[in-house]
Write a new protein. Sequence first.
Length: 123
Amino acid sequence: MKINKNLFKINITKGSGPGGQNKNKVETCVTITHIDSGESETCQKTRSKIKNIEIAYKDLIKKLQQKELIRQHNEKNKKRIFSIENSGIIRTYNYPRNEVKDHRTGKKGNLSEVLNGNIKILQ
């Protein structure tokens, strides 16, 4: 996945929470937003603004890559499901449940009856 560094907005503010006077007066809290997706990451772990930018940037890149992997996985899964639906499967014989399903009509029937020749129950 290629990520353009121009697609990020960096916002720097004063930190919050415990940390004393330095945290209240120095702007070290960093929020980086990916403009295209709207995803953002905030970091105020260290006292250095530059280190916080690096940490937030790395975390945001990981988050964007994870979202892309999930999107690709879902797209592959949709293609696989579509191919199963259109693969020409007519019936499924489920022996443990003693059940037959006709995929053309959507009806279910007793496996023993169908194997004995009574196929009309699926029509």
